[in-house]
Design a protein around this ligand. Structure first.
Ligand SMILES: [Zn+2]
Length: 489
């Protein structure tokens, strides 16, 4: 009797597309990996290649373009046994098949444990290409299928639109709906993240002599959530996606792969019209790509850490600014090493600044966790409340923790000193010869702690004195003290 009911429920799901499983399961990486494990447990003799191909077929990546570079996904009867039940099949299809709807919703991706979102299609295509390396599959397949086709198509169809954007999940503990935070390009951030992961994982797998591992093990290792003290790049985990990708990618090879992908696209689609100036469009697009995804660090947006909104109207900064002010949070004392913990700390800092200090928002411009990520406070555009009397002149960057006797990890320090700073200069937010200061140089406070203050004195651009003669005007001080710009740490 029970099996009859199950059969009809399954039949209803297949025929009517009732989204029961989609309301019951979160769209996160942990759930996706559990789905992969279900397939592996049901068919223990399938190899990682079999499993990844069955996922590709479920996700609808058996189009002529993909099959030009990889074999057809259903060229063996083994694969047909891979989906243990229709609910699983529905979940996989929803998680893997990428699309952007007219309402600005993006589908075909999952929220990772590190707080970033990845499209699964390019991850799986990269893994498949990596597993197939050395079997007669053309060597450019890996680069084309993970990133070059996304970039090439975007440059071709929308040459002057910037890549991205990122977006927000409706709920980070039980994510179901993802909404883009601006006008969609053909290469939103999730597709680029998935492309970088696919290229990294595929390259790693192609270098192994044996592929006798489970796909779920590969994914679990790469997408694990908590960083350890000793974790530093080039450890192959998603928190170091941009560091590792920056070390791996060769832009001139990527450019060739974009041409290879466009040429196959034109051949398959029968479009013989080649836009003029495509070469310079690709070069310009790749420059933007490098700046946005390699030079700039990943910054977890406010919606992802659960920020409350700004009280009142934020004040627009006059760019570019000339200073970066370093802080530590002091409380909490312990560094946070996972997205869950850092996001909770961000909410606590904002609560303290808004509710206890009565400021309009979290004071800092950016906050550095010990989970490999920066977190967006007031960001590049809006005046912060971090360094009394100087908030219009510089950005305030805080490291979560107490850095009187210890230092943040070398990776966290480098992310702020090099990547965030270069990103600010490249994006026109900071002058190229900007100055680093510790909070204590401008306000009577021990912040950013003895050890961290000693560290930043070795940074290029650090100055003991404000050489711009930047004594704060009485008017600015008065205004600062009346508004939300007083800070204790
Ligand atoms: Zn401070």
């Amino acid at each position: 009797m029970e099996s009859t009911v199950k059969f009809f429920v399954a039949l209803a799901v297949m025929c009517l597309g009732i989204p029961s499983v989609l309301t019951r399961l979160p769209m996160n990486m942990g759930q996706f990996i559990r789905a992969v494990q279900q397939i592996e447990d049901a068919h223990p003799r399938l190899t990682a290649l079999h499993v990844v191909r069955s996922l590709r077929r479920q996700g609808g990546y058996d189009d002529p373009f993909t099959e030009h570079f990889l074999k057809a996904s259903n060229d063996s009867s083994d694969y047909n046994a891979s989906m243990p039940n229709p609910e699983l099949s529905q979940f996989i299809r929803h998680a893997v098949h990428h699309k952007v709807t007219e309402k600005g919703r993006e589908k075909g991706m999952v929220l990772c444990g590190d707080g970033t979102t990845v499209a699964l299609g390019p991850v799986l295509l990269g893994i498949e290409a990596g597993l197939l390396a050395g079997t007669g599959i053309p060597s450019e397949s890996l680069g084309v299928l993970t990133l070059a086709q996304t970039l090439g198509y975007s440059f071709l169809k929308s040459p002057y639109q910037k890549l991205g954007p990122d977006g927000c999940w409706d709920n980070v503990t039980f994510p179901k709906v993802f909404t883009l935070s601006g006008r969609a390009s053909f290469a939103p951030d999730a597709l680029i993240n998935g492309g970088m992961d696919g290229m990294l994982l595929g390259t790693h797998l192609s270098s192994l002599s044996s592929h006798a591992m489970r796909l779920s093990t590969v994914l679990n290792g790469y997408y694990r959530q908590d960083l350890k003290d000793t974790d530093v790049p080039p450890l192959l985990i998603s928190a170091f996606r941009r560091d590792n990708f920056g070390n791996l990618v060769n832009i001139s090879i990527l450019q060739d792969q974009i041409w290879a992908s466009l040429s196959v696209f034109w051949t398959l689609s029968g479009e013989w019209h080649r836009p003029l100036g495509m070469d310079s469009i690709i070069q310009m697009g790749l420059k933007h790509f490098s700046q946005r995804y390699i030079e700039c660090p990943a910054i977890i947006p406010r919606c992802q850490w659960g920020a409350r909104s700004y009280r009142g109207s934020p004040v627009q900064l006059k760019l570019p600014l000339s200073f970066m002010y370093i802080h530590h949070t002091l409380t909490p004392r312990q560094p946070c090493r996972s997205f869950q913990k850092c996001a909770a700390e961000m909410r606590a800092i904002q609560r303290f600044h808004k509710d206890d200090r009565s400021w309009d928002d979290i004071g800092y411009s950016f906050v550095m966790g010990s989970d490999g990520y920066l977190y967006e406070g007031r960001g590049w555009q809006w005046r912060g409340a971090h360094t009394r009397g100087h908030n219009s002149r510089g950005y305030g960057v805080a490291f979560i923790g107490d850095y009187n006797s210890t230092l943040p990890s070398r990776h966290s320090l480098r992310l702020v000193r090099e990547r965030l700073a270069n990103c600010g200069v490249g994006g026109g937010h900071l002058v190229s010869n900007f100055t680093w200061h510790g909070h204590r140089q401008l306000v009577n406070t021990p912040c950013p702690g003895e050890a961290l203050y000693a560290e930043i004195q070795a940074w290029k651009g650090f100055r003991l004195r404000d050489i711009s003669g930047g004594a704060v005007s009485q008017a600015e001080l008065l205004k600062a003290n009346q508004s939300d710009t007083v800070i204790i740490n």
